[in-house]
Design a protein around this ligand. Structure first.
Ligand code: IVH
Length: 703
């Protein structure tokens, strides 16, 4: 990387930040992500700190936010709308309590706290006089916002007339300013973007900008057509009612007819509060809307007044931020990976960066077109995203940070493993190594897949061993695993007698895996655990599946034309039929549906969809358990789905469940349901316990 002149760099960064501010605050069309913006700001701050002579009075690092757009009338807030300081982790949260709250209020004062989700939308203030909405304004810079009353009137959930707060024992306020967040649900945001794209309009970058852009429309009819929602989270000035605490205010707001977040909680005990915050790390993914953290507020208004604020941040509240899903880092190199079916995938090698508590070193670049369209170059600063159950991927380069030293990348013409010229089929984005069955890289991937947990589950063989065994020339196909003997390992470093015995024992034990697992292990395109189970139980043997026609395959419930064609294609290949014969000769079970101990029928008639990583069961184990109790497992969520079982990093299936109102269970919920229906102790997971690393830690790519 060439040496850069700091003055020039500072000027470049300021221009880039200025531009980003304009797009974000004025046009509501952010050009770069928050993480990218933070990266620019951090670099500018660092340069200004190192070169104080470059700091100017109007430097962007000293200004808080951008100016409002001019099309709406300005409204001065009678009480400033404050912002919030951030606590990035538990320690910072404890520190806030110690050094801000307890220090001023005293250790012996009882203090309660309210915890609320921090919804990622747009803050507004709604003024009601005698129960009628008279004004609605955006937060703006906290002092002055914009009058968007006409638009706010169109937002579902914002009452135009307040309900009588009967039951609270409190009168209707003669004046009250209600504060809250206008936001958009994820699914609504996606649908809106699809609609905008279909009509050739500009799409929004995220639900928050979508909410902001939709609210700040000149034409209220347009705002009305946007799926905006509202959560009330606080009060500004009020008259004619005595509200004494945040918790009381929330109950009051609910009684007045406002949507108040059901996940808000009141705590007297700070440790319980922390425990609640912890549960949110997973819970977050299950919400139908984006939340970027939790807001913790001292409950009593009197205590809030006593604590006051430091500039814009109140001492009485803090935002406990969830780990970001996105980060900016440098792309050091691009390497290609050869997949099981020969697909060549480009991967980014990154300067390690922590995203959501996990260190990410590699990220997917999807395919050649993806890199070309985004002009991603080696040496670029790139935004990397990691969310839900997807592999981390490179979103794109930060063009503003280019120095000129970045190198464009050229897709290889030959397979990096076997040198065969790569091919690309008409209409496909992927390049492939056509040397199927011989290319050693493909074989390594097939071995990895064959031994994986959802397939033959051979403990002790992973990526490294697969590579090693193939490079030693021991394996021509996966069936050769069953020919390994202690002699193979004699003198090989790292393989003592005990390890070899364990390994061979694990291989031997896998001979008895049920047919459906073997089908998964074969690696037939589009055939995962659900399709494999359907095939195994319908046909009962591999021979029957091999000779079935497409029509016969499609007659099986859950097997569509694509899977059927893929199965026929797989077994039409000589090499694959030979492989099956070798597996038969090695003594594997090629027939018999999984001997399923019917543990109960308590889940009969119920259908489940699994998503995310469960804390103790693998997805396959959970599926077996459900089936063993008479339930059905399917791949996609529909209105007919009885339950979605969600674990950590669940993604779109969970969002879909929220959309359709399908109940969501976690692993404990599933086990409880089964427990209520029968006994769970006989589940297959219990038969062969194994200590496996949490899959969430495995972020390197294995394709
Ligand atoms: S309270 C002094 N509560 O976060 C307290 N804010 O950085 C200030 N927000 O502009 C606001 N959910 O847009 C509060 N439950 C919640 C919130 C929340 C989201 C946003 C709001 C505000 C920003 C503060």
């Amino acid at each position: 990387m060439s040496q850069i002149d700091p003055a020039r760099r500072v000027a470049e960064l300021r221009a880039a930040i200025e531009e980003a501010n304009y797009h974000y605050y004025v046009l509501d069309q952010p050009q770069i992500s928050d993480a990218a913006y933070d990266a620019l700001m951090r670099e500018l701050q660092a340069l200004e700190a190192a070169h104080p002579e470059l700091v100017t009075p109007e430097s962007l690092t000293r200004r808080v936010s951008g100016q409002p757009a001019s099309q709406f009338a300005k409204v001065r807030h009678p009480q400033p709308m404050l912002s919030l300081g951030n606590a990035m982790d538990e320690a910072a949260l404890r520190e806030w309590r110690e050094s801000r709250v307890l220090k001023l209020l005293g250790r012996d004062t009882p203090i309660s706290y309210v915890v609320e989700p921090k919804i990622d939308g747009l803050a507004v203030a709604l003024t009601y006089r005698a129960g009628l909405l008279v004004q609605g304004a955006t937060r703006g810079d906290g002092e002055v916002g914009e009058d968007v009353t006409a638009n706010l009137r169109t937002v579902r959930g914002i009452p135009l007339r307040l309900r009588s707060p009967a039951g609270t024992g409190l009168p209707l306020a003669t004046l009250i300013e209600v504060r809250g967040e206008v936001y958009m649900r994820r699914a609504d945001f996606e649908a809106l973007n699809a609609r905008l794209a279909a009509s050739g309009d500009k799409t929004f970058a995220n639900p928050r900008n979508s909410a902001a852009g939709s609210l700040r429309q000149k034409d209220p009819a347009l705002t009305a057509s946007r799926p905006l929602r509202f959560f009330a989270y606080g009060v500004g000035p009020f008259e004619g009612v005595a509200l004494r605490s945040q918790w009381q205010a929330l109950q009051y707001l609910r009684a007045l007819g406002f949507p108040v977040n059901a996940d808000a909680r009141l705590f007297d005990d700070f440790e319980e509060l922390i425990a609640y915050c912890r549960t949110w790390m997973d819970h977050r993914e299950r919400l139908p809307y984006e939340a970027d953290g939790l807001v913790i507020k001292v409950d009593s208004f009197a205590q809030q007044r006593e604590l006051g604020a430091v500039q814009r941040d109140p001492r009485w509240a803090i935002a406990f931020k969830f780990p970001a899903r996105e980060a900016v880092t440098r792309l050091v190199n691009i390497v290609v990976n050869v997949g099981r079916t020969g697909v060549i995938t480009p991967n980014a090698e990154l300067e390690p960066v922590v995203i959501g508590g996990v260190t990410v070193r590699n990220a997917s670049l999807h395919n050649a077109d993806y890199i070309a369209e985004r002009d991603i170059r080696i040496g670029d600063y790139v935004t990397v995203q990691r969310a839900g159950d997807v592999i981390p991927y490179v979103v794109g380069p930060l063009l503003e940070l280019r120095t000129g030293a970045e190198q464009p990348w050229v897709f290889p013409e030959r397979c990096p493993a076997c040198g065969t010229p790569l091919e690309r089929q008409e209409g496909e984005v992927a390049w492939r190594c056509p040397n199927f069955g011989i290319c050693p890289a493909q074989l390594v991937r097939r071995v990895e897949h064959f031994v994986s947990r959802g397939a033959m589950d051979i403990v002790g063989i992973g990526e490294r061993q697969a590579e090693q065994f193939v490079s030693m020339g021991w394996l021509q196909d996966v069936a050769d695993l069953y020919q390994l003997t202690p002699e193979h390992f004699a003198g090989v470093e790292g393989y003592g007698p005990k390890r070899v015995a364990n390994l061979l024992h694990a291989i031997d034990r896998s001979r008895r895996r049920p047919l459906e697992r073997l089908i998964v292990g074969l690696g037939i395109r589009y055939v995962g655990s659900v399709a494999a189970a359907a095939l195994a139980s319908h046909f009962g043997s591999l021979d029957a599946i091999m000779t079935a026609s497409e029509a016969e395959l499609q007659a099986v419930e859950g097997i569509g034309p694509v899977v059927a064609a893929s199965v026929v294609d797989f077994f039409s290949r000589e090499a694959n039929r030979r492989l099956v014969e070798k597996l038969r000769a090695a003594g594997l079970r090629l027939s018999g549906a999984a001997p399923r101990a019917q543990a109960g029928t308590g889940l009969a008639g119920k259908s489940f969809v699994l998503t995310g990583t469960l804390p103790s069961l693998t997805r396959e184990q959970a599926a077996e358990l459900i089936k063993a109790h008479g339930g059905k497992v399917s791949e996609s969520v529909s209105k007919k789905t009885s339950y979605v079982v969600a674990g950590a990093s669940a993604g779109s299936k969970l969002a879909r469940a929220g959309q359709l109102g399908v109940p969501v269970l976690d692993e404990a919920g599933l086990l409880a349901l089964i427990g209520a229906a029968g006994t769970a102790s006989d589940h297959p997971a219990a038969a062969e316990p194994r200590a496996a690393p949490a899959p969430t830690g495995q972020l390197s790519l294995d394709l």
